[in-house]
Ligand binder design. Structure first.
Ligand SMILES: Cc1ncc(C[n+]2csc(CCOP(=O)(O)OP(=O)(O)O)c2C)c(N)n1
Ligand SMILES: [Mg+2]
Length: 554
């Protein structure tokens, strides 16, 4: 006989879970008890806030392809963790959030910290379940795992009433994970896709999603390069193809560069691989018409629920993108000129003028590009600062970007910690805004406790700059609710054992970065960046002036 906590934890070990993230709660003591016996096989990472734990689990899922596991307590823990669930959903990455629940004898009375999780997480998660019979624990945990990882991957929430964990049962835990071969495309559909692409004058490949295998990425590159078709990556998925490839043409995300807009709207056939047609990739649903775009879209997706969700494709192929790119052979369409023009647009977009700032982020990114190892992992949350590491850093074959499609501030630091835990030998750089970092800066303590400290670059401009920019554009000269009086970030990091420095001039960055990188206890560099340098090509004053001009003509 085992208690429910043991049945659950033994099952997760059998499924392949190695780490779980969370904040303890009295609602899942039996789980913590079971984890006492799995040290070194399945470890609990003690976080400081469930939002951090949720982000770590979402980032783990994105980076490893295996569900990121989080355990949080009922009510307050669940509500804190919900940001991770939302982010995993928008990112389409596998995650399982286990939440405590009141005992089944008192369900529905609004008992202490009770929440109806099916109602709460219904629209946030891919699936939510509450276990109400201990004998069904293995069945439902297995289903949670396969649901999180198949089709369009996503977050699953599993609620665990206290008595489901404390009761004992002789039900056998899971002993292995299901083996599921990815859906392969119908050969006729592959031939049809080749024929449609062959007829195109301006074909484009649009890639998205985290769940690409190494073989899939190699096949994608071989197909695109062999056919001379430009590749655009959806918002924050530019790390899925070597940015040095002659076919890579940029990112269709927030602040989409004009050459990418022109590519998406000007293409006549778009091969969309694993793409969820969200607001950002479509330029607010303007670059492709809803529901039938002028471009002929070939939409390849492993989930039937994504095909035709927004756009009616000219050809929908219900198959895994990895399997599709392995099945399709290159086409000679005479597109070298079109492809070269797309590439030239991307390369020109990397050229930025010197910035009006003590520390010039253009120079910082150029330095990172020079010194970071090829398999570095970069992370960020949300804010204008992310333009630098998202749009202006070139991701080589093995480099990875962990950045939330949900636009959630605070993701960067927890994601960097998860990355350091998943890959202790890789260099992990968190690029954070001053506002962004303070959403989850308490996780500095988690990093230190785990010995999983990244290097953090704080783009410190003393403002919620993104919102300030919108403010000046729409309500010029009326700054409201966007100024930040910040703590001494270097002192804060030092208090957690990090090596930390304030960098007040561009010329000091290289040496400071070398010291931060060399520190075994992680590093934080507080960069003196002017609010004037809010975007690479338009200063805050210019944004304000444009706002004033618009107000005058309105
Ligand atoms: C959790 C969350 N809250 C609020 C927002 C709205 N928001 C988007 S960017 C931003 C400001 C970011 O400030 P900072 O991190 O300092 O970056 P900056 O724009 O100054 O570069 C805010 C408040 C958000 N995206 N996520
Ligand atoms: Mg800021």
């Amino acid at each position: 006989m085992r208690h429910g906590g043991q049945i659950l934890i033994d099952s997760l070990v059998a499924l392949g879970a190695r780490k779980c993230f969370g904040v303890p709660g009295e609602s899942f003591l039996a789980v913590l008890d079971a984890l006492h016996d799995t040290a070194g096989r399945l470890d609990f990472v003690n976080c400081r806030q469930e939002g951090g734990a949720g982000f770590m689990a979402a980032a783990w899922g994105k980076l490893t392809g295996s569900p990121g596991i989080a355990f949080v307590t009922r009510g307050p823990g669940a509500t804190n963790a919900s940001i991770g669930v939302h982010t995993a959903m928008q990112d389409s990455v596998p995650m399982i959030l286990f939440v405590g629940q009141v005992g089944t004898a008192m369900t529905g009375r609004e008992a202490f910290q009770e929440v109806d999780y099916r109602a709460m997480f219904g629209p946030l998660a891919k699936w939510t379940v509450e276990i109400d019979r201990i004998g069904r624990l293995p069945e439902l945990v297995a289903r949670a795992w396969t649901t999180a990882t198949t089709g369009r991957p996503g977050p699953v929430v599993v609620a665990l009433p206290e008595d489901m964990l404390s009761a004992r049962s002789d039900v056998a835990p899971l002993t292995r994970a299901a083996r599921i071969a990815p859906a392969a495309p119908d050969p006729d559909a592959v031939a049809e896709a080749r024929r449609m692409l062959g007829e195109a004058a301006r074909p484009l490949i649009l890639i998205a999603g985290a769940n690409w295998s190494g073989a899939g990425r190699a096949a994608l590159r071989a197909f695109a390069e062999g056919s001379d078709i430009p590749v655009v990556a959806a918002f924050r998925y530019q790390d899925k193809i070597d940015n040095n490839s002659k076919v890579f043409a940029g990112e269709a995300g927030v602040g989409m560069p004009p050459h990418v807009r022109a590519l998406v709207s000007g293409a006549d056939v778009i091969l969309a691989l694993n793409t969820r047609f969200g607001e950002n990739v479509t330029g607010g649903y303007t670059l492709l018409d809803v529901p039938v775009p002028g471009q002929r879209v070939i939409h390849v997706h492993a989930s039937d629920r994504e095909i035709g969700k927004v756009y009616q494709p000219a050809l929908g192929i219900h198959a895994h993108h990895d399997a599709f790119v392995r099945a399709v052979s290159p086409i000679s369409g005479g597109w070298a000129g079109w492809r070269a023009e797309a590439r030239a647009g991307y390369e020109a977009s990397l050229d930025v003028p010197p910035q009006p700032s003590a520390v010039d982020m253009g120079a910082v990114i150029a330095h990172l590009q020079e010194v970071l190892p090829g398999d570095a992992i970069l992370t960020n949350g949300a804010g204008n600062f992310s333009i630098w590491s998202n749009k202006l850093f070139r991701y080589a074959e093995d480099a990875r970007l962990l950045a939330p499609q949900s636009g959630a501030m605070g993701y960067g630091l927890p994601a960097a910690i998860a990355a350091r835990i998943a890959y202790p030998d890789r260099t992990v750089i968190c690029v954070a805004g001053d506002g962004d970092l303070q959403m989850t800066s308490q996780e500095l303590a988690t990093a230190a406790q785990e010995g999983a400290c990244p290097v953090i670059l704080v783009v410190n401009n003393g403002t919620y700059g993104t919102i300030r920019a919108h403010q000046e554009r729409h309500y010029p000269d009326r700054v409201s609710g966007t100024a930040l009086a910040n703590p001494d970030f270097a002192a804060l990091a030092r208090a957690h054992g990090f090596h930390a420095e304030r960098v007040a001039a561009t010329a000091d960055f290289a040496a400071a970065f070398a010291r931060a990188l060399a520190s075994p206890t992680g590093g934080l560099l507080d960069l003196d960046v002017s609010a004037e340098a809010l975007t690479p090509r338009q200063s805050l004053s210019q944004i304000r002036q444009a706002g004033r001009d618009a107000a005058k003509t309105a």
